[in-house]
Design a protein around this ligand. Structure first.
Ligand code: SAM
Length: 263
């Protein structure tokens, strides 16, 4: 039987992890979805809003892709033609290192209607949630958001450029390149520059570490911090009252606290 619904794709940002950090518009899209295709970084509790949808996990776990990008593109088109409204639910904001625009470009070639629901990117939401003000007045006049892993698996050359500025730098997908990032900052800046790393930001499993360029590699190893995590580098990290009190509360982290020289 032919599907009578208009085939449509809505690319939706799920926010950084805390279920309350999704938008009302995203919830309405989920309620209205006939199919939801979701990624690994999405909090699965959000799927409760998709009461009438077929739900498919298309993400990457333990290094294994459930589907390639080409397969996801094709799946969106075939599901939309079969069932109607496909919601593509992605972590954070779908257009920040999220390939949302590529999926839209692909399905539009097949005549599908498309829409985008922005989300709170981890690049902004995670620092804010631990009290880091990326553009704190009189400390930072701008911030960069850079990928640690470009499409050819290299660290973006922009890290070198950004490290020569006074900007706050936020690096996504950078944990495997932490040594390289530290070496760049040691070359271009100084060992005391503060750096924070937050894994699973805004989720119950959140872990964070604060140090400076010279101490961070050891701290990350000691606390066993890994992906998914964001790296925030710049003087604004030092002025983070929430992180200061966090580390004051954790006696075992005294070493970290000392490393930052927080007053
Ligand atoms: C493929 S990118 C997708 C980013 C996403 N579109 C966004 O706007 O947040 C995945 C990377 O985002 C970062 N990330 C996403 N969610 C995170 C979270 N809750 N805590 C820390 N980092 C996160 C990590 O660097 C992770 O490797």
């Amino acid at each position: 039987m032919k599907n009578l619904k208009t085939p449509k794709l809505t690319v939706v940002g799920a926010g950084p992890g805390d279920v309350d950090l999704i938008t009302l518009k995203a919830i309405k899209a989920l309620e209205n979805a006939d199919v939801v295709l979701y990624d690994a970084l999405v909090n699965e509790e959000l799927l409760q809003y998709a009461t009438k949808a077929e739900i498919v996990f298309v993400g990457k776990r333990l290094g294994c892709h459930a589907y390639t990008q080409d397969q996801i593109n094709e799946l969106i088109v075939s599901m939309a033609n079969r069932f109607g409204h496909v919601v593509r639910l992605k972590g954070g904001d779908p257009f920040i290192f999220g390939r949302g625009s590529e999926e839209i470009e692909y399905v539009e070639k097949f005549g599908l209607e498309t829409a985008v629901v922005p989300g709170i990117s981890s690049a902004l939401g995670v620092p804010a949630s631990v009290g880091i003000s990326l553009t704190q007045r009189q400390v930072a006049e701008s911030f960069w958001v850079i990928t640690g892993t470009t499409s050819n698996h290299k660290l973006s050359k922009d890290v070198d450029l950004a490290s020569k500025s006074n900007a706050t730098v936020v690096i996504l997908m950078g944990m495997h390149k932490l040594n390289e990032i530290v070496a760049i900052y040691q070359e271009n800046r100084n060992d005391d520059l503060p750096i924070a790393i937050i894994q699973n930001g805004t989720k119950n499993s959140e872990q964070k570490v604060v140090g400076n360029i010279s101490s961070i590699t050891k701290l990350v190893a000691d606390k066993n911090i890994s992906s998914p995590a964001i790296i925030v580098i710049g003087e604004v990290v030092k002025n983070t009252s929430k992180l200061t009190s966090y580390f004051q509360e954790h006696a075992e982290d005294e070493f970290i606290f000392q490393n930052l020289n927080l007053e």
